[in-house]
Design a protein around this ligand. Structure first.
Ligand code: MTE
Ligand code: LUZ
Ligand code: MOS
Length: 765
């Protein structure tokens, strides 16, 4: 089994928006962004730019026929700045020209005068100045205040986690085509076609039925196109509306990096209470989320932080508070894990500090507190089919981790300049959009008279293989080969009111809808076949494109059955809808069964730190992951490996840096380092726990996001290696743990000459 898209990808034959053949008359738009992070626009001079040959128009907010408002959860975001700018590179004007080159040249000639306001980039500063996106949110379970008295240890501290650039290979972009009667077709690189449709409809002030949004596939999204693909599509539509010509708008990488939001950086305070034996009794934490200039998805991201505050541990008393801090940065947004990683980082940091204070290995505290069947989460849901302990124990057993730890201790006792570290990282991630209403999807399956089949669902393909999985489901349901089935682009005219493909639930939701549509068709076909063969319905099935009687092939082939069914005037088309059952969440009490199920797993990570240079190499990542029963092991393993490396990158190399003026300094790939094949762990061994998901479609479990959080273990593995070099030292926990930071931890406040002369130098490569 393979992800059928890969052949075209490797040949460079897959089409992305910038590859589409554009019709004659197409114009090209570029975005002019604010040179200041916060201020009042005093004057905007477009005259010189307008005068350039080939420039067709320059569009600002005054040209917007509908609303200049694109906020999804909170209406607090302008498409194009009107009077004030709130972050550097905030879109102000669109230059439309005969070529991309001319548009960009002209944008450079725009002159602007801005009265500077105070720029805030740090969440705690925003909090101190009461600049919040919305009131804080609190999730509470048990009785935290009463619990402290029973604790033998109370650990308090703070920690920070950094942002992360999505770095999808295909940058943001859209192509808008004006059609007859004031209607538009918008081809967008979006995870959320309906979100694009809604934004374009609001901006143009026309009903949604006049806008058709189509998505063939994305060159990656990673959450960055869940909501933040919409503005660019809205802008392309606006240009097409004004100029009555097709308009293509693709962000160059540099603009994409500067104009779009990233993973939310967090600065958090925690207080963890434990018994002397390592049992955790209470967790209190406050998360200061750097939301950026507007809400975007921040409230939802924050909720997931609060849901996952206790990671895979049972903590009977929890009070966690999330604060959405408004800063003068591009609005931060969804990124694989969606606030979950930020929440888990804090509990892992607290456990790490507890292990230092208590002199107990972190893994003993982790293991002791793992969730058990029917344990209650702090939001009231009970853990069902809980595999936290099972995955931990299988990981211990299959990888013989304690032998590996002994080998590390031996290595460290024999080496001065190279030190090894290890860490364990269990995960527990809830599957469902935390906003219950979003858990719905639809599918349309067509069978043509020659027997060939197409399907289209709300799912957006972004490299995660969702369409290969849905194809597998349809193939099993109809008893036909993959080669007879073709995926159609996601399109709002075929599937209306779609949720974005996100929350790892694309295959679950859309696969279920496709399964229902296929079963409707199968029922019709089996009835038709029984009639044709004059045999009892319950003895008929379809296998390998042949109608079978009692499991044995008959003369009636698939394509013949289809033709005869058509001739009898029976519909060969089925549409279906799916909504996840049995989930609910009360947003006042913050209690409920928010998730359909949870994904579990445990990783063990080893790293070697070069204690002269501060550089490191991950040696091993050993994982026991709860995939459920996989529909496609190649895809699922790829998702796990990719997510783990992306998680390790977030924790180590990837450093999003804004200066005090709100300017992104890490705005190119020469200044923003992402993992590559040299960075990848030497030994990455991801194993399948192998138990089916009792509630998942065909026994599967969602895979897209959860494994990213194994990467958090990478941070603590490095810190353990640093501590092997400086026994007894204790450091601030602040990711990413870049080589520079490692070097500071190795040597800060140390007399380096003394330290180096005390080392015995062994021969190292
Ligand atoms: N894999 C690839 N190759 N490209 C992506 O953009 N996005 C991730 C994950 N895996 C992504 C990916 C994110 S953020 C999510 S939510 C899921 O895929 C979405 O797809 P699914 O719901 O079908 O798993
Ligand atoms: N998007 C969203 C998500 O809108 N709600 C979620 O709960 C979610 N979870 C993960 C990723 N994206
Ligand atoms: Mo993923 S962050 O849900 O797009």
């Amino acid at each position: 089994m393979k992800n059928y898209d890969i052949i075209n990808h490797v040949r460079g034959e897959s089409q992305f928006i910038d590859d589409l053949n554009v019709p004659q008359g197409t114009l090209f738009a570029t975005v002019y962004g604010s040179p200041s992070a916060h201020g009042k626009i005093l004057n905007l001079d477009l005259s010189e730019a307008r005068a350039i040959k080939g420039v067709k128009d320059i569009i600002t907010y005054v040209d917007i026929p509908g609303q200049n408002q694109i906020g999804g959860i909170i209406k607090d975001e302008e498409l194009l700045a009107e009077h004030e700018v709130h972050f550097m590179q905030m879109p102000i004007a669109l230059v439309v020209a005969e070529s991309e080159f001319i548009a960009r040249e002209a944008a450079r000639k725009i002159k602007i005068e801005i009265e500077q306001y105070e720029v805030i980039t740090e969440p705690r500063e925003a909090f101190a100045k009461n600049k919040l996106i919305a009131p804080p949110r609190v999730f509470e379970g048990g009785n935290v205040d009463a619990a402290w008295a029973q604790c033998d240890y109370i650990i308090e501290g703070d920690c920070d986690s950094g942002g992360q650039e999505h770095l999808y290979l295909e940058t943001q972009g859209a192509f808008a085509i004006p059609l007859e009667g004031g209607t538009f077709k918008v081809i967008s690189s979006t995870q959320g076609p309906t979100a694009v449709q809604r934004v374009a409809s609001n901006v143009l002030g026309i009903p949604m039925n006049k806008i058709e949004v189509e998505v063939l596939r994305l060159g990656g999204g990673f959450g960055g196109k869940e909501d933040q693909a919409s503005p660019w599509a809205g802008m392309a539509a606006l240009c097409a509306y004004k100029l009555k010509r097709p308009v293509k708008l693709i962000l160059p990488r540099h603009d994409d990096m500067r104009m779009t939001g990233k993973r939310h950086p967090y600065s958090s305070d925690y207080k963890l209470g434990l018994k002397a034996d390592g049992t955790i009794l209470a967790l209190e934490a406050t998360y200061f989320q750097n939301s950026g200039a507007s809400a975007d998805l921040s409230p939802a991201v924050l909720d997931r932080t609060l849901f996952h505050a206790a990671n895979a541990y049972h903590i009977p008393n929890v009070r966690v508070t999330g604060v959405m801090c408004k800063t003068n940065l591009p609005s931060n947004t969804a990124f694989r894990g969606f606030g979950g990683p930020q929440g888990k980082f804090v509990i892992e940091a607290a456990i790490f500090k507890a292990s230092e204070v208590m002199g107990m290995p972190a893994y003993e505290i982790q293991k002791k507190n793992l969730l058990k069947e029917n344990d209650e989460f702090h939001f009231g849901q009970k853990a069902k089919h809980c595999r936290a302990r099972l995955s931990w124990e299988k990981m211990e057993e299959e990888f013989k981790v304690y032998d590996r730890i002994s080998a590390i201790e031996k290595y460290n006792s024999e080496n001065d300049l190279m030190k090894k570290g290890y860490a364990f990282m269990p995960i527990c991630f809830g599957i469902s959009f935390t906003n219950t209403l979003m858990n719905q999807a639809s599918a349309l399956v067509n069978i043509y008279t020659d027997g060939s089949v197409t399907f289209t669902t709300a799912a957006v393909e972004m490299g995660q293989g969702v369409n290969a999985k849905i194809k597998e489901i349809i193939s099993r349901m109809l008893g036909i080969s993959h080669d007879s089935i073709k995926t159609e682009p996601t399109n709002t005219s075929r599937n209306a009111n779609t949720s974005p493909t996100a929350a790892s639930s694309g295959a679950d939701l859309n696969g279920n809808a496709a399964k229902i549509a296929s079963s409707i068709l199968r029922d019709r076909l089996l009835r038709s076949a029984a009639e044709e063969l004059k045999l009892p319905l319950y003895e008929i099935s379809i296998k390998d494109e042949v109608v079978c009687h009692k499991g044995e092939p008959t003369e009636l082939k698939w394509h013949e059955l289809i033709l005869r069914t058509y001739n009898k005037r029976i519909s060969l088309q089925a549409q279906a809808f799916y909504a996840t059952p049995n989930i609910f969440f009360d947003r006042v009490t913050n209690k409920g069964d928010a998730f359909f199920y949870h994904v579990y797993g445990t990783a063990y990570i080893e790293v070697t730190v070069d204690c002269l240079k501060g550089t490191y190499q991950f040696n091993a990542v050993k994982v026991m992951h709860d995939f459920g029963e996989s529909l496609n092991e190649v895809i699922d393993r790829g998702q796990a490996e990719g997510a783990i490396i992306q998680g390790l990158g977030w924790m180590t190399l990837e450093e999003v840096i804004y200066n005090k003026d709100g300017r992104l300094l890490s705005d190119l790939l020469s200044t923003y380092k992402v993992p590559d094949i040299h960075f990848a762990p030497e030994d990455m061994d991801v194993r399948f726990l192998g138990l089916p998901n009792p509630v998942g479609i065909m026994g599967t479990k969602a895979i897209g996001e959860p494994p990213l959080m194994y990467g958090i273990g990478g941070y603590f593995a490095i810190m353990n290696a640093v501590k092997a070099f400086r026994p007894g030292a204790s450091f601030k926990i602040s990711s990413p743990y870049t080589a520079e930071k490692v070097l500071m931890n190795l040597y800060s406040n140390v007399n380096i000459d003394e330290k180096i002369s005390s080392l015995s130098v062994t021969e190292e490569k």
